[in-house]
Design a protein around this ligand. Structure first.
Ligand code: BGP
Length: 471
């Protein structure tokens, strides 16, 4: 639909940027912090580890000053569970608690709203060792107790909480669950059990949040993006619908409605993936839906039908990081209409508007974009500049589509670019940068860690100053 009247972003629109604890903080073993599944993960020898990251733990004040200069209205960060509870449960580590108190106070002093992710990939290794982590029902109460501690400690200043980051990815990535070995099928089965426990833990935590009389907003940050059909063949259209269900919608259907939809139940049963549940679990979810949805959007996918065959029997999955094909359901193909980043992520700004529309129509909750950005090989020039005009182009086109979605009537109340400053990419180390601020280090050469404003920093500063009018 084309729009005649292009309304503005509202006056309270939250312009922001995001990071996550393990990718930005460093100080991996300092001040009493315990180990997370990320810290013990088998290393890819070609990229860096996360031990120093962007050294934000030691340079927090300097970094928040840069956020203020950029004009951020909101800063999304995550709390490292193992800084608070080194083993995941039990003893509290006061030095870790103090760090986030200082960060939150500093943000508020600068007029920046903190948006806190309770758990962003760095699950305590201690809980994996105690009882198998998310695969065990015991995980539910430990998550809830951890969240309760955060609400009691920071809830007077933090009004926006994200429960779990990209649960839909976590349950499909064995190392994020602390799983080892190479029985992929068993890992998938365990992933769906973990998924169920995370949903129960989220619902209990939301129930607790309300019972404590806290009145901010709380909800998950999901990776959610449109899956387009490769052609108008009805089989491909069905494949795109099914891919949307098993990649994205199944999860928000649980969070928002407490429902395993019938087609998803069948999908699980056919593969013997159905998780164990307790009476009352689904009702608990239904009674305690999120009050907002955080959405991480980078690219869209395009799929075609992928029938079961002798070569690809039911249960076959072609894995890149996440399934690129599932027999009987879909196969991801290249979209000839879209350009891609250096990492093959197809750039699709209109896909963001479609995504926001889809979320709005299905779940009718306020939405905040919790991640959106472009990973690239940035170059620090001899004159000290970083000319990331490709990133400006990417962000500009996506923000235009957010505005169009607002005009469509979608309740989007904020936008966080990924990332505020360069951080260690999940899989590509320092090669793949996203920030408005360049961090002067390479994968293995830590250099001086100097912070350098990129061209995109000055551009985003104007976007915020003009409340999205000057793009
Ligand atoms: C999301 C994660 C982030 C971040 C981002 C970019 O899935 O929530 O933590 O890593 O993706 O991913 P990458 O660094 O692999 O490009």
């Amino acid at each position: 639909m084309e729009v005649k009247h292009n309304e503005s972003f509202g006056s309270g629109f939250l312009w922001g940027a995001a990071t996550s604890s393990f990718q930005v903080e460093g100080a991996q073993k300092e001040d009493g912090k315990g180990l997370s599944v990320i810290d013990v993960m088998k290393k890819n020898p070609n990229i860096t580890d996360f031990s120093v990251a962007s050294d934000h733990y030691h340079r927090m004040e300097e970094d928040v000053a840069l956020m203020a200069e950029l004009g951020l209205k909101v800063y999304r960060f995550s709390i490292a569970w193992t800084r608070i509870f080194p083993e995941g449960n039990g003893e509290v580590n006061q030095k870790g608690v103090d760090f986030y108190n200082r960060l939150i106070d500093e943000l508020i002093k600068q007029g920046i709203e903190p948006l806190v992710t309770i758990y962003h990939f760095d699950y305590p290794q201690g809980l994996v060792e105690q009882y198998g982590g998310w695969m065990s029902r015991e995980s539910v109460d430990d998550y809830k107790n951890y969240a309760e501690f955060l609400f009691k400690t920071y809830g007077d200043r933090v009004k926006y909480w994200l429960t779990v980051n990209e649960q839909d990815h976590v349950v499909r990535i064995p190392s994020r669950l602390g799983l080892t070995g190479d029985d992929r099928y068993e890992q998938m089965r365990l992933g769906y059990q973990a998924n169920h426990h995370m949903c129960v833990a989220t619902a209990k935590t939301i129930e607790l949040y309300h019972s404590m009389g806290l009145s901010g907003k709380i909800g998950p940050a999901v990776s959610y993006s449109m899956v387009h059909p490769a052609t108008s063949a009805p089989e491909d259209v069905l494949a795109s619908k099914d891919a949307m269900l098993i990649k994205h919608n199944y999860l928000l259907d649980l969070h928002c409605y407490g429902v395993y939809s019938k087609p998803f139940q069948k999908y699980l049963e056919d593969r013997q993936f159905t998780p164990k549940m307790e009476d009352g679990d689904l009702e608990l979810m239904k009674q305690n839906p999120p009050t907002m949805i955080g959405v991480n959007y980078y690219f869209s996918e395009t799929v075609q039908a992928f029938p079961v065959s002798e070569k690809y029997p039911l249960g076959y999955q072609k894995e890149a990081l996440l399934a690129e094909a599932e027999s009987g359901v879909f196969e991801v193909v290249k979209n000839e209409k879209l350009q891609a980043t250096d990492w093959g992520w197809e750039i699709d700004p209109v896909g963001l508007r479609l995504t926001l529309r889809e979320l709005h129509e299905r779940y009718q909750l306020p939405i905040i974009i919790t991640e959106n950005g472009m990973g690239a090989y940035d170059k620090l020039e001899d004159d000290g500049s970083v000319k990331d005009d490709y990133r400006i182009a990417y962000l500009k086109e996506h923000i235009k589509q957010v505005k169009l979605a607002l005009n469509d009537g979608v309740d989007v109340f904020g936008y966080c670019a990924w990332t505020f400053m360069d951080v260690v990419s999940g899989r590509n180390g320092m090669d793949k940068r996203y920030g408005f601020v360049y961090v002067n280090r390479e994968n293995f050469d830590l250099k001086d860690m100097r912070r350098i404003k990129k061209n995109s920093f000055y551009w985003y500063q104007e976007v915020i100053q003009s409340n999205g009018e000057k793009l």
